[in-house]
Design a protein around this ligand. Structure first.
Ligand code: HMG
Ligand code: MG
Length: 309
């Protein structure tokens, strides 16, 4: 049954959401120069990653690494076949995004109260009330809104999170008018069994086209989780070039699933992501050269090793 399931994936289209410039760089202790962020995003565009999360219009006091969101948006070369998006926590963030012509944003809620409080200084219900206004204002301006649900598989402060809570929050986000919810494993604690169980519960209530998956690779399960998601019918996955990333309000969270590793697996499965793996390598190599540590992507490490052999 599994092998028939895997064979059926061949030829299927997949959407990769590249979150490296936001989720990746927000967690780098060193500030990456604005010009380097712009060059990185332009290289990701050249690799034809269909969606790029460019930055976050959040409080610069909370996340100084994203303080240059407006300037980055103004300086990147936007291609018409690529969607460029950004996190927005409130109306102030939306105003800043609209001022630089952003056409798609993402709001970000959590499934656990403690994480919500630490990340955005609001309870979950307060954040949903804030996002109701943001979604209404964005829709009136013709801007599409994505939703994130953090801590969907576990919380760094509370531990286990119930599947019922996850399903309820996914539905509440969709009720606000978001076009999809990225069900997020903030601390990289999910495994394929948890992914399948959570998706079974969500997909009993919500179409798969409204659900994306966002994995951090803290425990090395992210690619296995993607496969579980694929077999459950999910076709949109977040990833970051080289495996950059983490979350400043999730202690110990490692980088996102590496886009390079995801593309390698999807290409192997014969799925159609549209991403040019060679050009992606150039983007990853570039941003890696601007950081003082190696990037965790296994595919990138394997390529380097075979080049130097
Ligand atoms: P607050 O301190 O409760 O609210 O922050 P505030 O209204 O008192 O604002 C504080 C200051 O920030 C004020 O400035 C505001 O004007 C300013 P002051 O008056 O002190 O000079 N401010 C802003 N400035 C620019 N743009 C704005 C903005 N809003 C307020 N939009 C707030 C509340 C939500 C703003 C804050 O907590 C915040 O920005 N949090 C964002 C934290 C964040 O970015 N976390 C990482 C992203 S989430 C993530 O990584 C998870 C994800 O990857 C999925 C997963 O893996 O789970 C998506
Ligand atoms: Mg994340």
């Amino acid at each position: 049954m599994q092998s028939a399931g895997i064979e059926a994936l061949r030829g299927e289209p997949i959407t990769i959401v590249e979150v490296g410039p936001r989720d990746g760089l927000q967690n780098e202790p060193a500030q990456v120069a604005t010009a380097d962020k712009v060059a990185f995003i332009n290289l990701l565009s050249a690799a034809k990653v269909p969606v790029i999360e460019v930055s976050a219009f959040v409080s610069p006091k909370w996340v100084p690494q994203m303080a240059d969101a407006a300037e980055v948006f103004q300086r990147i070369a936007r291609r018409s076949d690529i969607r460029y998006t950004a996190l927005v926590p409130n109306s102030r963030g939306l105003e800043r995004a609209l001022a630089v012509g952003v056409r798609e944003i993402a709001v970000f809620a959590a499934a656990s109260e403690s994480f919500s409080r630490r990340n955005i200084n609001q309870s979950i219900d307060e954040s949903l009330a804030t996002y109701r206004d943001v979604c209404a204002q964005a829709t009136a301006a013709g801007v599409r809104v994505r939703g994130y649900l953090s801590t969907a598989f576990g919380c760094p402060y509370e531990g286990a999170v119930s599947i019922e809570a996850v399903v309820r929050r996914v539905e509440q986000l969709l009720d606000l008018g978001v076009f999809e919810v990225a069900v997020s494993d903030t601390i990289g604690i999910a495994h394929p069994g948890a992914v399948t169980a959570t998706l079974d519960a969500i997909l009993a209530r919500v179409p798969a086209t409204h659900v994306a998956l966002h994995f951090h690779d803290t425990r090395g399960t992210a690619l296995a989780n993607v496969l579980a998601g694929l077999l459950s019918g999910i076709r949109t996955f977040d990833a970051s070039a080289g495996g950059l990333g983490g979350c400043p309000y999730a202690p110990g969270a490692a980088g996102n699933l590496a886009t390079d590793d995801l593309v390698f697996m999807l290409d192997g499965l014969g799925m159609r992501s549209g991403v040019d793996a060679h050009a992606l390598d150039a983007a990853t190599t570039f941003i890696g050269s601007r950081l003082d540590h190696a990037l965790p992507s296994r595919v990138v490490q394997a390529r380097r090793a075979s080049r130097s052999a």
